[in-house]
Design a protein around this ligand. Sequence first.
Ligand SMILES: NC(=O)c1ccc[n+]([C@@H]2O[C@H](COP(=O)([O-])OP(=O)(O)OC[C@H]3O[C@@H](n4cnc5c(N)ncnc54)[C@H](OP(=O)(O)O)[C@@H]3O)[C@@H](O)[C@H]2O)c1
Length: 254
Amino acid sequence: MDLGIKGRKAIVCASSRGLGRGCAAALAEAGCNLVVNGRDAKSLAATAAEIRDRFGVAVTEVAGDVSQPDIQKALLAACPQPDILVNNNGGPPRREFLEINRAQILEGVTNNMVTPLELIQAVIGGMAERGFGRIVNITSLSVYVPIPGLDVSSGARAGLTAFLAAAARNFAHRNVTINNLLPGKHDTDRLRGPQRAGLELSENEKGLIADIPAKRFGTPEEFGQICAFFCSVHAGYLTGQNIPVDGGSYVSAF
Ligand SMILES: NC(=O)c1ccc[n+]([C@@H]2O[C@H](COP(=O)([O-])OP(=O)(O)OC[C@H]3O[C@@H](n4cnc5c(N)ncnc54)[C@H](OP(=O)(O)O)[C@@H]3O)[C@@H](O)[C@H]2O)c1
């Protein structure tokens, strides 16, 4: 399927590994020129080189913490008029509810709610003026399903979702959409531990998979393809939605 976004410019935050990288690769496959990001400059450069070689698109690297205002500025300087913004960031670590302190709550809210909001505020006016914009936020299934220990993550992402619900409608008539993809369990370092993505399953991971209707973890590649469709010309009438990408884990008839 031709996604109709060849030559479009995309900023993909936190995209050197995992789900962000899957989104960057799928957008590159669709012909988008990219700005990619991650804190570790070496792994970011390796990802950028691979995407460039494979898809022949322009890929600009902006290394640094996307939650920091100077890095956000650098992303926007590298791509002042993005057509597509994929918001992503690392997630807060697991913590017991009673052990979470104020600083940790504020850090999680900054990283997973305020940062994507700031980037959206910076780009959405231009998208509206130009009559095309696609914004995808990588959130989490924890917005729908409580996960003990990931309370900061769930709260910040649910806050982001609610914060954007009105804006998604307000910009729809300018062909600018805002949607959220809710990952369930995917084969990335975040879920499986440092540099364990793609490796053989441990006994504990086999147990996790048994509970997923699809009986496997999702892949960053298939996650990225869904993201690319949401960024396509075909998805202009689809906005303000939360899409679980979870192999059927979220159980609800509607
Ligand atoms: N995988 C899952 O099953 C799952 C499920 C639910 C929700 N999620 C959420 O989805 C998001 C992506 O998860 P993932 O599994 O792809 O994680 P991952 O495999 O750990 O990859 C995270 C990516 O983000 C970059 N990154 C992390 N913190 C950053 C920061 N402050 N600034 C810029 N880049 C940063 C990392 O590079 P550097 O480390 O070099 O910065 C890496 O490229 C996370 O928010 C996660 O909580 C994932």
